[in-house]
Design a protein around this ligand. Structure first.
Ligand SMILES: [Fe+2]
Ligand SMILES: [Fe+2]
Length: 248
């Protein structure tokens, strides 16, 4: 029995694929087949797989159904967090999604799930991604202040959702936490954030995140041990479609 995570499957069984450039390249060739085969070989019905966002290119639930069915058909228990591309998932209707997929998929936002004596908490998260202005040496010299203001609002909204998740678990007596985000915990301009501070405050042992794909993005945020918390990127192309084992 093990706990695994991966993110950024970017499935498109029904929807028209309009992938940005970074989704091209050998690692993405038949990636859904490589991932399914790996899971079928290495995971069992006793395992738990957390999928940390950007599941589907579908613009609505109808366009995402085949992608979600592919996830349903993977071995073991499946827990999903929301990614920035998951248009099928209305953030205010997570309970309805949980009802619709009851017994098949579990959608993590504002609520929490458990694995052994750990509470699995999470939300989409958010980071400021520019636009930045860069000098000839590739250094950031300025950025779009309006976009930064907008990002701060979204960060506050996500902070509240994560807080709800931690508090719900804590109220039920959980003291051990693993935290899941879709976005990295910090933006390229930050060394800490509301998300890293919350992980530290609640004593989360690990923070698992995705969203950074394409080799140039793999080291955008914190990796490894930092202030007593272990940070791990699990985007699918980074992991070459082999889910990361968090716990046995
Ligand atoms: Fe993605
Ligand atoms: Fe993303």
């Amino acid at each position: 029995m093990s706990l695994y995570a991966i993110g950024d499957l970017h499935l498109h069984f029904t929807s028209e694929l309009k992938a940005p450039g970074q989704l091209h390249g050998r690692v993405w060739k038949k990636h859904e087949q490589k991932f399914r085969e790996y899971c079928e070989k290495h995971l069992t019905e006793e395992d738990t797989l957390v999928l940390v966002g950007d599941h589907s290119w579908g613009k609505n639930l109808a366009q995402a159904e085949a992608d979600l069915q592919y996830i349903c058909d993977l071995p073991g228990r499946k827990i999903l967090t929301r990614g920035n591309h998951d248009m099928f998932w209305d953030a205010k209707k997570t309970a309805a999604l949980n009802e619709r997929y009851a017994g098949k998929l579990e959608f993590l936002q504002g609520n929490y799930y458990t694995y052994r004596d750990y509470a699995l908490v999470g939300t989409k998260g958010f980071t400021f991604e520019g636009p930045f202005w860069i000098d000839r040496r590739g250094r950031i010299v300025d950025w779009d202040a309006d976009a930064e203001e907008h990002a701060k609002k979204i960060v506050q909204r996500e902070r509240k959702r994560l807080l709800d998740s931690f508090e719900a678990a804590k109220a039920d007596g959980y003291q051990k936490f693993i935290m899941f985000l879709h976005y990295p915990p910090t933006s390229v301009l930050e060394k800490e954030s509301v998300f890293t501070r919350m992980a530290e405050a609640y004593g989360a042992s690990k923070v698992i995140y995705a969203h950074c794909h394409g080799e140039s993005r793999f080291h955008d945020s914190i990796e490894g041990m930092y202030n007593g918390v272990f940070y791990q990127l699990v985007s699918g192309d980074f992991l070459k479609w082999q889910p990361y084992k968090i716990l046995d």
